[in-house]
Structure formats: structure tokens, C-alpha cells
Design a protein around this ligand. Structure first.
Ligand SMILES: *Cc1c(COP(=O)(O)O)cnc(C)c1O
Length: 383
């Protein structure tokens, strides 16, 4: 394992866990259907290129990204499978889309025709995926206007419909009325396209929760994201599939102090050392690394297999935590720590574990955001 040299902090990515999760999700999908692995936002902070290659070796058929730049990065690293851009990008990117054989989501006539013109000029036929808004109100052509849009772009020989898709707003909620409604509208729209004689390409709508909880909407392809990274989109998916978290976040203690009682710790001195024999330890991870400042004084870290309390405000590049040494009243007296000891912010150490769900709950957000944030600046180590 190669640790970063310039900083005692890193994100550990467990590629074995990633491959296991990919295979476990692949097993939930029929053999006739494809698996599209969503690696947008640098694979939810896990590193898109390394993750895409691991997923490919474990059964991924296609990849999905959020931006043209993300798609280009995958192509340049040697990914030759289809790459879909999950929303319709700006017109200015069309030349790059064609050059790199990316398949954008399409829902506007102007964009579709411009894509067709550019592809035709290059002697190509550009694949696209028709995005349909069935009730989430984010992207796509309204489900009522699908035929009209297709009719208006149908004549162009420079484009080819490689897929037709929608996205659910509430697939993570069991027995949800909106999910049923979106699902029905999608079926109607796909049916109308077929009746009108339009090619639909691969029909797809299932994200991770729908892949796990709704086999009836798998269609031709499932688009899985969060589950690949070993995180659950809802508590209900936990009993359906075993997933292993892929990301851990660790650092090393850069400094240990034993300050006098009353000494302030960090900006604002919101925390003061309350008693003797407390070690205040510094770790070079801060909110610019994705450790949200809202966690200040409200999170634990693991050192030598034990939980320790983070104290004082989390800074941009560092935070502090306390170790109560020789605390004879504690069930297990904590051993003193030293500079250089490994600190776990996310992941496990001995029998203790800090999960992204845990951290998300303390931050009032979801596990998706927790891992995306840690991808921002910390160097990644693949193990
Ligand atoms: C992000 C995204 C997904 C993946 O969602 P998960 O909940 O992570 O599985 C699928 N489809 C679209 C359109 C997305 O934007």
C-alpha cells in the first residue's frame, strides 16, 4: 500500500469490496438485462477510473456520468463500454460528445438536431438516450410530449436512440404512490413510442433502491449507483442484500499536547480542557477535505480500536480530538496515543466502526453526500 507523502491523511478504497458489491447487485438483475454502473461525481468520491475498471471486471456493461468532462476522463483511461451522460449537456460540448463517442441524455429538439449535424459532419451516428420526466420534475421531456419530440427529430440520420429512460423520485420509499404513478407514466410513454414505430433502444429506470426492491421495473437495464459503493439508499434494502462499504477515511496524529485545565481548543475556544491528563491530538483533515464543520464537537474518531471524542471547531485542513489518559473510572482505561498513530474518521478499527450513515445522520444529510465530500481533496489509496 502506498500512502501519500505530502500529508498524513488519505481515503482508502477497498476494490475487493467494490467488486463484491458489483457482483451482488449484478446477481439481482436478470441475465438478459444490462447493468449500468453510475460513476458520476468521480464515482461518488471514490475515483471514477479505478472504480469503473473494477466494476467492469465484475459485470458492468455500461457507465453513467454527470458531465462530458467525466465521460472524457473515462474514455481517455481506456473504458470502451457505452458511457451515458445523465442530463442534456450544454450545446458547446457537442463536438466533444461526438469525438469521444459519449451518449448524452436528450430532451430538446435543438440539442438533438445539433448533435445530429455534428455527428453527420464527422461521418458518425451519435447515440442518445431519451430522458422522460414522469413526475420528478428535474430533467427530461414531459411524458405527455414524448411522441411530439421524437417526431420532430426522427428524420435526422446523424442520431440514433440508444435508450429511453426516466428517474424515480421515491424508489427508496416502500409502497409509494408517486413511484407507482411514475412507473405507470413511463410504461405508457414507452408503449406509445413503440406503437408509433419509434426505436426505444434500451429501456431503463431502476436506480439502486428500485434495482433491489422493485424487480418489476428492471426493464432492459438497471442504473445502479450508491449500492456499488457499499451504502444503502434506505433501511429497507438492508435485509435484501449484503453490501460492504468501500470507503474509509484515515489520517495520522500530527501533534499531541497535554494542556492545562481551561486551555481553549480551536477557533472560538468553544471547548476548554476540563480536567488534567487529557491529550489533545491534531489530525490533518478538515472541512475542505469533506469533513463538514457542522460535525464540530459532534463526532467520534477511532484510534487503536477505541472511540475518542472530537473536540473544538473543525478547521479547514485540521481537527482535534481528545484522549482521556489513565481514566481509572472508565471501563477500560484509554492508552495514551502518540504522534503518527493512525486515526479513523470513517470506517472500522478493531471492533469499532463509524459508518457514512452515522455521519450523515449527525450532519442531517444522506450517505451519498458524505462520501462525495471526502472525494474532494484527500488522496486516494486503493487497497
Ligand atoms: C445518480 C443517478 C442514478 C443512481 O442512483 P443511486 O440511487 O445512487 O443508485 C441513477 N439514475 C440517475 C438518472 C441518476 O442521476
Amino acid at each position: 500500500m502506498k500512502y501519500p507523502e505530502d500529508r498524513w491523511a488519505w481515503v482508502e478504497i477497498d476494490l475487493d469490496a467494490l467488486r463484491d458489491n458489483t457482483r451482488a447487485l449484478r446477481r439481482m438483475i436478470s441475465r438478459d438485462a444490462r447493468m449500468m454502473c453510475v460513476v458520476k461525481a468521480d464515482a461518488y468520491g471514490h475515483g471514477a477510473v479505478r472504480c469503473a475498471k473494477a466494476m467492469r471486471s465484475a459485470g458492468a456493461d455500461q457507465f453513467a456520468v454527470a458531465t462530458v468532462t467525466e465521460g472524457v476522463e473515462l474514455r481517455e483511461s481506456g473504458i470502451s463500454e457505452p458511457i451515458v451522460i445523465l442530463s442534456q449537456p450544454p450545446m458547446e460540448t457537442i463536438q466533444r460528445i461526438v469525438d469521444y463517442d459519449l451518449a448524452p441524455a436528450v430532451y430538446e429538439q435543438d440539442f438533438a438536431l445539433a448533435l445530429g449535424e455534428c455527428a453527420a459532419a464527422a461521418g458518425k451516428v451519435a447515440p442518445y438516450h431519451l430522458a422522460i420526466d414522469t413526475g420528478m420534475t428535474r430533467i427530461g421531456v414531459n411524458w405527455r410530449d414524448v411522441i411530439e419530440l421524437r417526431h420532430s427529430i426522427h428524420f435526422h440520420r446523424g442520431i440514433r436512440c440508444a435508450g429511453t429512460f426516466t428517474h424515480f423520485a421515491t424508489a427508496d420509499v416502500p409502497r409509494d404512490w408517486d413511484f407507482a404513478m411514475q412507473s405507470r407514466r413511463f410504461s405508457e410513454a414507452v408503449g406509445a413510442l413503440r406503437d408509433a414505430g419509434y426505436e426505444t433502444g434500451l429501456v431503463h429506470c431502476a436506480n439502486t433502491p428500485a434495482t433491489i426492491m422493485h424487480p418489476e421495473v428492471h426493464e432492459d437495464m438497471c442504473r445502479v449507483g450508491i449500492g456499488l459503493y457499499g451504502l444503502h439508499p434506505a433501511k429497507e434494502t438492508r435485509r435484501e442484500i449484503h453490501l460492504r462499504p468501500v470507503m474509509s477515511v484515515r489520517g495520522r496524529i500530527t501533534r499531541v499536547e497535554r494542556p492545562e485545565v481551561g486551555t481553549g481548543v480551536s477557533y472560538g475556544a468553544t471547548y476548554r480542557v476540563p480536567k488534567p491528563n487529557i491529550q489533545i491530538c491534531t489530525v490533518p483533515i478538515g472541512y475542505a477535505d469533506g469533513l463538514s464543520r457542522t460535525l464540530s464537537g459532534n463526532m467520534d474518531v477511532l484510534v487503536n480500536g477505541e472511540r475518542c471524542r472530537q473536540v473544538g471547531r473543525i478547521c479547514m485542513d485540521q481537527f482535534m480530538f481528545e484522549v482521556s489518559v489513565n481514566n481509572v473510572r472508565a471501563y477500560r482505561p484509554t492508552r495514551a496515543v502518540e504522534s503518527g498513530d493512525v486515526v479513523t474518521v470513517l470506517g472500522n478499527d478493531g471492533n469499532e466502526f463509524i459508518s457514512a450513515d452515522d455521519m450523515a445522520a449527525r450532519r442531517n444529510t444522506i450517505n451519498y453526500e458524505v462520501v462525495c465530500d471526502f472525494g474532494l481533496r484527500l488522496e486516494k489509496v486503493y487497497v
